[in-house]
Unconditional design. Structure first.
Length: 152
């Protein structure tokens, strides 16, 4: 799987650990930054990763900041993105199965690298259920996007 990966300075170390984990598992990774611990703004990196997923250049994305909240909020502003803030394996499973989440947001101050790797593993291997009730709900989300997002 090809995955866009981004973080701010607070999520930098976790992002680096995740990058090693993903590459070792055979995934292709596009690291959109940040590339050091210098203070920076999470929306910049959420945008880069979310655009890569939205345009389908990358199948999924993973974003890290201190809590994961800011990244989730920013990424969800991009049409076609269903970014989910996840703190455990069960939620990782459910956001893929029910919501077809295409971006995973993690908090570096909430999960350590081992927990993050377990979450990612569940999220990657869980397919979307394709049950009609979930398809219908995702279509409703897409209808909201069409109503409020303007195309360029």
């Amino acid at each position: 799987m090809n995955i866009a990966l981004g973080a701010d300075h607070r999520g930098f170390e976790l992002k680096e650990e995740i990058k090693l984990f993903l590459k070792k598992a055979g995934h292709q990774v596009k690291d959109v930054g940040c590339f050091n611990r210098e203070p920076c703004d999470y929306p910049d990196f959420a945008l880069l990763a979310a655009e890569a997923v939205s345009t389908r250049d990358y199948e999924r994305g993973i974003l890290c900041c201190a809590t994961g909240v800011g990244m989730s909020i920013a990424a969800n502003k991009i049409p076609g993105i269903r970014a989910a803030l996840v703190y455990d394996e069960q939620i990782a499973f459910l956001v893929r199965k029910h919501n077809k989440a295409n971006i995973l947001c993690l908090g570096s101050e909430i999960v350590n690298k081992d927990k993050a790797n377990q979450i990612i593993e569940n999220w990657i291997r869980t397919p979307f259920s394709k049950e009609e009730r979930h398809i219908c709900r995702i279509e409703k989300i897409m209808d909201i996007e069409k109503k409020y997002f303007k195309k360029k």
